[in-house]
Design a protein around this ligand. Sequence first.
Ligand code: NAP
Length: 254
Amino acid sequence: MSGLLEGKIAVITGAGSGIGRASALCFAEEGATVVVSDIDITGGEQTADLIKQSGGAASFAKCDVSKASEVEALISGVVAAHGRIDCAFNNAGVEGEWAPVHICSEENFDFNYNVNLKGVFLCMKYEIQQMLKQEDGGSIVNTASIAGLVGGKNLSAYVAAKHGVVGLTKSAALEYATKKIRVNAVCPGAIKTPMMERLIEEKPAMAAAMMATEPVGRFGEPEEIGRAAAWLCSGQASFVTGHAMPVDGGIVAA
Ligand code: NAP
């Protein structure tokens, strides 16, 4: 049986760790050739090696998504190597510092904005330029968060950036709906990744409170986001665009 993404060329940012790594493995398992990208060279190369060890096709390309020149080089590199981009999972993100608005530093706000929102914008910009040249378009999935759907105390810079990702996703979906380019977002709840491990270590009470609000009674696994992103990228989701899909064990349903 062939996979959901058989023969597709996919690029995934933030793929050196957590959700991005698990997603890269899922995309490869579904038959995609994966360009693993991350600011972290060691983590990114490890992900590409893991895919190759399991029989998949992958390469690594370093990119800081907050820098236009690096994103442009990433996308032109994928096209030079593979001739096209069918699927893009714009997933790189940072949590920044936890602080209420009145003591949130300008640096923290800028950091969240530059990586979590501008990074997604830059990736979409260069991916869409390429997908517009392709007769059969392409499919883009952005990583937002449940913090892109509802507010959250002490995380306003992150929440603002992630709400921006949802807005960008919906607007781009409308702009390119007739061009065979679908644009969706996944909105993870609390997922067991190094980002979440940092929270558990630094703010155990907050992590426990998050766990207490989880309707399913557990945190999510990074693969559970990867499978949703792979499905959204695939032809199985051909009529789905402009959607911000919670993958959160039910938190935002409450
Ligand atoms: P993670 O384990 O920290 O992985 C994020 C990866 O992105 C890391 O390899 C990181 O590298 C890389 N990165 C950071 N800044 C970058 C930049 N400027 N350019 C390119 N790569 C960069 O985090 P994760 O939990 O997998 O998070 C992945 C995405 O899911 C993020 O967008 C996050 O906001 C979102 N999310 C996560 C959760 C959760 O519970 N884990 C929930 C909702 C949404 P370094 O390690 O070197 O910084």
